[in-house]
Design a protein around this ligand. Structure first.
Ligand code: GLC
Ligand code: GLC
Length: 812
């Protein structure tokens, strides 16, 4: 069953019916103001922080699902409908939703009236702007009423959904232009210096700001009284539930078209300029904002600016491979999703409520791998923000708040993989930019300026933290968990409601992680190179010696005979071993250890990949472990709390699949790497109904082979899957790898790609790379020419300044 298709020319996914198998959404905004918008007009907006500065309400966990949104109701001679179908759900004569780069455009038609609703967050503005176009396509005049609708949130989304005794008494408004401009100013009188404005660029025929008056106390959003009776109440909310709504009545002659521009904005005033008279708010910032969206031409200019912005971003890496799916995946949707993970981390999606988790130390560090080539300057700042939350001993807060940029004590520290991800992120940044200067930046520890040290010192403490926290087998201690948040070997949680990560001893002296060992080995050479460039030979030698010792420890104690072990638990028993009844083999150490190069010289790596294929690979990718746990293991923690085949307990946890792709390329298996790529990439999703979530972005998890419905996905959008897949395809399969001194060309292609062209902007210079793959599906020997001249080695030296370099490669 299909619900839509890709339109690559316009970089859009076109949804052809509104009743998708789950709400399919898009993200608007790229700086400070963001909206989540579903294909039926559900969703919400916030400024900077989805928990603390939420403009509009949304109801997670509701029936029907996707309740709350920025709606338009049309009353056309008694027939009430929404261009986005929801919430009234009147059957439409036509419906199409175009999901674009930072915008959404829904076109629909009912009884000869056409509507098109296009929404974006314009560059440089703190507002969501929607243009609603109506056209009378019938041959008789029509009298039409339009009702807009948003429901305001009282800013703190957590408090808004729990603290009703206070909140029902708060709402306050001011109005201009007869209600066409509505100011939601709850709490502005005291500690807030910001308000929301909701406005339309035309004269109106009425408005409402009190929800129960507009909707009717016992009605749902699908039956608002004001709309069905075609009678706005001009209600002014005093407390209770504040909304914004305009009523616009027009008579449209046959063929006549009208358009209205709605702005939902966030405005802020300096403390001393909050009021212009007692109780009267300073509307200057709102006036400025609204003046930018009075005409169609202004709206179109904002759309064009957005398009230019995305042309620029997506122009930095493009491939022409002869395979449409691959091109669309790489050139459009994967990079788009990488930007969304940069903006959101794991905070706000239709699965992340925006009030639970902040920015993850490891999540943000990994996301960087996917977006650093798009926005290197912002990646730089992100690294400095992340590093400032590190503890002086090298460990890290697991999460920090996006608004305050401070570590979050509720989750605390002790996830022992965290420190190493910082080195991965910084390394990726320096390879992309050549900016060694970042290593000298003074960066706080624990957000305390008196503890500031150069960034390089942060990396040193990260690496040393692992060096100093090893267990009985010389492998790294796992702490509360490593990458797998649900493998909680020291927690022993027995009571509902406890945190699996932070209850109990949490940080034991014995439980060890083979996965962290792989990470440690994997980052060592790159990190030692950085140290050498900074003149610290002694530390570089230490790092290389550690790498050697850790490789030895993995080969001796981390090898199970056919694959890499996952861990040792708090009793020093093996986890992820053939000796275990369930959870015999895990994906993470197979991927991470082989990526790190462990076992490439002695057959272990190849064996690990063979076992991965034999026990973990199936139609929809590589599952996290096998067999999935059928009972709760106190000594393993949350992983065994999920039913078999879900989440960490044996789903295809997409984030770690690219590690296997990269591992396969280390062994030279281009066909195998690419085969796995196509099993999880959204562009290859065939059954959209089974897949359920958006078929244009990666989901965190796809039900595994032991789940009741294998192939069904959930937790779309905010996942490290985006960054790692972009890394795997762009650097390891297509083989364009940023290196300290230039671009390394090192493809490992499948036989199905005999010739590819890549355009890569690298340090402001354009590289046009043509690769002839005569080696088939196994990696061959590469020969390179740069601007027509043979090149020794595989690194095309970084050119200085703008310009174009032609690279041609032959793989035999
Ligand atoms: C979630 C977390 C990530 C973790 C993964 C595996 O995606 O955001 O940090 O590594 O789950 O547990
Ligand atoms: C749960 C999820 C895991 C996620 C973690 C974050 O454990 O299963 O994927 O990383 O929560 O706190």
């Amino acid at each position: 069953m299909q619900y839509g298709y890709f339109d690559d020319q316009r970089r859009e996914f076109v949804i052809t019916r509104p009743d998708t198998p789950y709400p399919w959404i898009n993200y608007l905004g790229s700086e400070d103001f963001f909206s989540l918008v579903s294909c039926t007009s559900g969703g919400y907006s916030f400024y900077k922080d989805a928990r603390l500065l939420r403009l509009t309400r949304y109801r997670y966990n509701n029936v029907p699902t996707d309740a709350g949104g920025h709606y338009f109701y049309i009353n056309d001679g008694g027939c009430v409908w929404n261009p986005g179908w929801q919430p009234v759900k009147t059957p439409l004569d036509r419906y199409e939703c175009r999901v674009g780069m930072g915008y959404m455009s829904i076109s629909s038609e009912k009884n000869g009236l056409k509507a098109r609703q296009t929404v974006l967050v314009p560059r440089g503005k703190t507002a969501e702007v929607t243009r609603l176009e109506l056209e009378n396509a019938s041959d008789a005049p029509k009298q039409v009423s339009v009702y807009s609708f948003v429901e305001f949130c009282l800013w703190d989304a957590q408090d808004d959904s729990t603290n009703f005794q206070r909140n029902y008494a708060l709402a306050e408004f001011e109005f201009e232009n007869g209600g066409a401009v509505q100011y939601h100013k709850s709490e502005y009188r005291e500690r807030r210096n910001h308000y929301a404005v909701y406005a339309v660029n035309t004269d109106i025929d009425g408005f409402d700001t009190d929800r129960e008056t507009f909707v009717g106390l016992y009605n749902g959003f699908d039956r608002p009284n004001a709309v069905f009776e075609d009678q706005p109440r001009c209600s002014q909310a005093h407390g209770w539930a504040p909304i914004g709504s305009h009523c616009i009545r027009r008579t449209l002659q046959p063929g006549e078209r009208v358009s209205f521009i709605f702005v939902l904005g966030y405005c802020e005033n300096p403390e001393d300029k909050k009021f212009i008279a007692p109780g009267v708010i300073n509307k200057e910032p709102a006036h400025q904002l609204l003046s930018s969206f009075q005409t169609d031409a202004q709206f179109e200019a904002a759309m064009n600016e957005l398009k230019t912005y995305w042309d620029g971003l997506l122009g930095r890496f493009t491939v022409q491979s002869g395979n449409d799916k691959l091109d669309r995946q790489v050139n459009i949707w994967n990079q788009y999703q990488c930007m969304v993970t940069f903006n959101m981390s794991r905070s706000a999606s239709y699965f992340e409520s925006g009030i639970g988790r902040g920015m993850g130390f490891r999540d943000c560090s990994q996301d960087l791998l996917g977006f650093v080539h798009l926005i290197p300057e912002r990646a730089r700042q992100r690294i400095l923000d992340i590093a400032s939350t590190q503890f002086p001993d090298g460990s890290a807060y697991h999460q920090y708040q996006p608004l305050t940029k401070r570590g979050n004590m509720a989750v605390g520290s002790g996830f022992n993989d965290d420190p190493l991800w910082l080195i991965y992120g910084v390394n990726a940044y320096i390879k992309e930019t050549g900016d060694f200067g970042i290593l000298d930046e003074m960066v706080d520890f624990d957000n305390d300026p008196s503890l500031a040290q150069p960034l390089l010192e942060h990396l040193r403490r990260s690496f040393r933290y692992i060096a100093e926290h090893k267990g009985p087998h010389g492998l790294p201690l796992i702490g509360r968990a490593d990458w797998n948040d649900c493998l909680n070997l020291n927690c022993f949680s027995e009571h509902p409601g406890e945190s699996f990560q932070t209850t109990g001893p949490s940080e034991g002296p014995v439980a060890e992680s083979v996965f962290i060992a792989g990470m440690y080995v994997g980052v060592a050479d790159d990190y030692a190179d950085l140290l050498e460039r900074k003149g610290d030979k002694a530390e570089a030698d230490f790092v290389r010696a550690e790498k050697k010792a850790m490789t030895g420890a993995v080969e001796q104690f981390g090898w199970d005979g056919e694959w890499f072990l996952r861990a040792y638990d708090a009793y020093s028993h093996k986890v992820g071993s053939c000796e275990n009844e369930e959870g015999k083999i895990y994906i993470e150490p197979q991927g991470m250890c082989v990526m790190a190069g462990i076992g490439l010289d002695n057959g272990m790596a190849q064996k690990a990949m063979n076992a991965t294929e034999k026990y973990l690979l199936f139609q929809y990718g590589v599952v996290l472990l096998w067999p999935a746990y059928s009972k709760y293991h106190l000594e393993l923690g949350e992983i065994s709390s999920y039913p078999q085949g879900f989440k960490e307990n044996g789903s295809v946890f997409c984030h770690n699949n690219p590690w296997i792709m990269i591992a396969q390329t280390k062994l030279g298996h281009g066909d195998k790497a690419f085969d796995l790529y196509t099993r999880i990439a959204p562009a290859w999703v065939e059954d959209q109904k089974l897949h359920r979530v958006e078929p244009y972005v990666y989901a965190q998890t796809v039900n595994g082979k032991e789940a009741p419905l294998p192939g069904e996905a959930r937790n779309s959008w905010l996942t490290g899957t985006a960054a790692w897949n972009f890394t795997a395809i762009s650097q390891d399969i297509l083989g364009i790898k940023p290196a300290l001194d230039g671009l390394q060309i090192d493809p490992c292609l499948p036989a199905s790609l005999p010739e590819i062209r890549v355009h890569r902007t690298f340090r402001d210079h354009d590289y046009n790379i043509l690769i002839h793959n005569n080696a088939g599906g196994e990696k061959g020997k590469i020969r390179l020419e740069v601007n027509g001249k043979a090149l020794e080695g595989q690194i095309v030296p970084a050119a200085s300044g703008k310009g174009e370099t032609m690279v041609e490669a032959w793989i035999d």
